[in-house]
Design a protein around this ligand. Structure first.
Ligand SMILES: N[C@@H](CCC(=O)N[C@@H](CS)C(=O)NCC(=O)O)C(=O)O
Length: 217
């Protein structure tokens, strides 16, 4: 399989972690979002949405959208499981994952920055920073409120096994760290992040360890 990604792409981070947890090896190709390579005709032929990640599966085709890719990996290689066995637990994990990957991350992607700092919004860099801080903070605070005090929360977001919700939480934290944005008073999130940070799969997916990343944070 061939994974198209970028060092600081949060959505690609999710796929990298899932692949590593499941022990699946892929070749990786960098598409430089800073230089607009997602709009190159060669990449648009792979993903007309001009977004990362894209996973090319030989003999089958291209998968885009990190959540669809995670679900595909889960179905084709069920162990270790990234979703719990019971339907309510699975829905809870998908809901937490969606809070991060569907409702928080899309607000800070390059195309939104480009639109809001361009004629669409005329934000200067300070105002853009305020936008990033606002939406990342609200996302993490909502996650904290969901996780804290819920008996279903354990060492990780759902029980004591790492899963899809942890991957999505860590993927948004990864870009918050790249942007150097810290959110205070989210102790449950911080506790779970410390457990994720200690796992090899998350260490390997660290944006700063990817090809093309700057040497230091
Ligand atoms: N919902 C998509 C998000 C895809 C997405 O927006 N990816 C970002 C990188 S994390 C991207 O390629 N952005 C390009 C742009 O905004 O121009 C997913 O989870 O795969």
């Amino acid at each position: 399989m061939q994974l198209y990604g970028f060092w600081r792409s949060s959505a690609t981070f999710r796929v990298r972690v899932a692949l590593a947890l499941k022990g699946i090896e892929v070749s990786q190709t960098a598409v430089n979002l800073e230089e607009g390579e997602q709009h190159d005709p060669a990449f648009l032929a792979i993903n007309p949405q001009a977004a990362l990640p894209a996973l090319v599966i030989p003999g089958l085709g291209v998968l885009t959208q990190s959540s669809a890719i995670l679900e595909y990996l889960e179905e084709t290689q069920p162990t270790p499981a990234l979703l719990p066995a019971d339907p309510f637990g699975r829905a809870r994990v998908r809901s937490l994952a969606g809070l991060m990957a569907s409702d928080t991350h899309p607000l800070v992607v390059p195309r939104v920055r480009k639109y809001l700092t361009g004629p669409g919004g005329n934000l200067d860099l300070t105002a853009w920073r305020g936008w990033q801080v606002t939406w990342l903070t609200r996302g993490f605070q909502a996650m904290e409120a969901r996780l804290a005090g819920d008996p279903a929360t354990g060492v990780f977001c759902h029980g004591d096994t790492v899963g899809m919700a942890d991957i999505c939480l860590a993927s948004v934290m990864a870009i918050a760290r790249v942007f150097k944005i810290e959110v205070a008073d989210i102790p449950t999130v911080d506790r779970i992040m410390a457990r994720c940070d200690a796992l090899d799969a998350f260490k390997q997916a660290d944006p700063f360890k990817q090809v093309g990343a700057p040497a230091t944070a």
